[in-house]
Design a protein around this ligand. Structure first.
Ligand code: UD1
Ligand code: CA
Length: 490
């Protein structure tokens, strides 16, 4: 069987392994499968819960237990996509080019695991596993000199999981495992067995690779099942132990879209609980989507139906009103975000106010106490301290100073069809409503731009610029027109 160990590319990978006996522990994460039951065109382990791929959750937990260079992910289905999603972590990858089962996946890891005494096996589709549980499996495994330790659980509904059968000694179940039976192979009374195989194991690499070659494919999927090693090792007089998980939720697997949604809800509920315990008010936590990496300060209030995505960071004493979606933003303290705002890759500084219905596109920087109001869109724009753009504007590629008033309907014309150009509005300028500022253009400090002006030339400091046609008034015109319509012959 061919084996290819793909190189570790990042800086972290070149760091020296930690010099303690735990560094003889590697972690392998099985992630090569297609995930047929999700009915997806994308790899299963890249499906997201709480805003992060399933596999990224598992890798993050593993990295709390062993250094990155001791972690190997088995990839196969859409291998390159999976690898590039996780490459930056500095972990290693092993290619399983044909996905012939979990046992076959571990056969591919043989080279990568040379020199490691023990290996913990995690599943890329069992994402809630906690670092403390991984360490517990490792410590139990070492302390009991086991060849294989199986983390087990008794969930309310064990359907779909392999079941763990223990040796019965004097009428009592012992820690020793007889065998693992997959759901499809359960017969008669066996279907009542509640103890499941979590798919998380510790192996001593010696016995693992001494016996892995004996695995067969005599099962409904014609695959090499890693689970069959329990019986194989036991028959070779090796110790195979079961260790029940303290929290069965932690070992829930994702095989279907329903399970994906359940685990997502579970993680988000946990995140909301943590935030509330740390001093954030979330009125309807079940209606909000808050990603795992979001940070929120104390006394900030999150109203119902808010989404906080990616690496968003919110300060203290803010209020985020309903239906706002905030992605990768840094929000200061005492900020008010009115309903329906969409914010992306932007900064909002202390005491600023947004919305309702403001749209901050990437690169917006809204200054201290500044206001962005109804239907205002910004992109790559810095708005200085105390400046206001309260109604119906587009501000793109602009540098706007402090104390500026941007009137309703002001548009920066930043694009000439080929290039983007910059608009600069200096401190204290007043832009009348419905101005169009044709970039590149500079509006000088303290100057005025008349309403409805089309500004194509720079405006000097303290000047008034008016760029519009003069008003023409024809007295009596409308009356004459009406009379003409009533009796056209005259
Ligand atoms: C597996 C276990 C089952 C256990 C369950 C826990 C086997 C035979 N069964 O079943 O006892 O209760 O996990 O969640 O192991 N994978 C590969 N290469 C392959 C096949 C799978 O890397 O050739 C990976 C998958 O991407 C996945 C993991 O191994 O991350 C488990 O595979 P999956 O097909 O989901 O196994 P289950 O049927 O859930
Ligand atoms: Ca699974």
């Amino acid at each position: 069987m061919g084996c290819l160990v793909l190189t570790q590319m990042s800086k972290a990978a070149s760091a020296k392994p930690a010099k303690n006996k735990r560094s003889t522990f590697a972690i392998v994460i099985l992630a090569a499968g297609k995930g047929t039951r999700l009915k997806s065109r994308h790899p299963k382990v890249l499906h997201e819960i709480a805003g992060k791929p399933l596999l990224a959750h598992v890798v993050a937990a593993a990295m709390q237990v062993v250094p990155a260079q001791n972690i190997f992910v088995i990839i196969g289905h859409e291998a390159e996509k999976v690898r590039s999603a996780l490459e930056a972590t500095g972990i290693g990858f092993v290619l399983q080019s044909e996905q012939s089962g979990t046992g076959h996946a571990m056969m591919q890891a043989r080279e990568a695991l040379r020199g490691f005494q023990h290996v913990l096996v995690l599943s890329g589709d069992v994402p809630l596993i906690a670092p403390a549980t991984i360490s517990r499996v490792r410590d139990f495994h070492i302390a009991n000199h086991a060849a294989m330790t199986i983390l087990t659980a008794e969930p309310l509904d064990p359907t779909g999981y392999g079941r763990v059968f223990r040796r019965v000694v004097k009428g009592k179940e012992s820690d020793d495992v007889e065998r693992i039976v997959e759901q499809k192979a359960l017969r008669g009374k066996e279907t009542e067995r509640r103890e499941i195989n979590s798919g998380i194991y510790a192996f001593a690499t010696g016995p693992l690779y001494a016996h892995i070659g004996k695995l067969g494919t005599d099962n409904p999927h014609h695959e090499y099942y890693l689970t069959d090693l329990a019986e194989l090792l036991r028959k070779s007089k090796e110790r195979v132990l079961a260790l029940p998980a303290e929290d069965s939720h932690e070992v829930s697997g994702v095989n279907t879209r329903m399970e994906l949604a359940q685990l997502d809800a579970q993680l988000r509920a946990k995140k909301a609980r943590e935030l509330m315990l740390a001093g954030t008010t979330i009125f309807r936590p079940d209606s909000c989507d808050i990603d795992a990496d979001v940070e929120i300060g104390t006394d900030t209030v999150i109203e119902p139906f808010v989404q906080l995505i990616g690496k968003t960071k919110i300060g203290t004493d803010c209020r985020i009103r309903s239906y706002s979606v905030i992605t990768n933003c840094e929000i200061g303290d005492n900020v008010l975000i009115q309903p329906g705002c969409i914010l992306e890759d932007s900064v909002v500084r202390n005491r600023a106010q947004l919305g309702p219905y403001s749209h901050l596109r990437p690169g917006s920087d809204i200054g201290e106490s500044a206001h962005i109001g109804n239907f205002v869109e910004t992109k790559k724009t810095r708005l200085g301290k105390g400046s206001k753009a309260n109604h119906l504007s587009y501000l793109g590629d602009s540098e706007i100073g402090e104390g500026v008033n941007v009137g309703a309907g002001t548009i920066t014309c930043n694009y000439d069809g080929v290039h983007k150009h910059k608009t600069v509005i200096e401190d204290g300028a007043f832009i009348g409503s419905d101005a169009t500022l044709v970039a590149p253009v500079r509006i000088g400090r303290g100057s005025y731009v008349g309403a409805a002006s089309c500004i194509t030339d720079d405006v000097p400091e303290d000047a008034l610029a008016v760029g519009r046609g003069r008003q023409v008034t024809k007295e009596g015109w409308a009356g004459q027109r009406r009379a003409q319509i009533k009796s056209p012959s005259k």
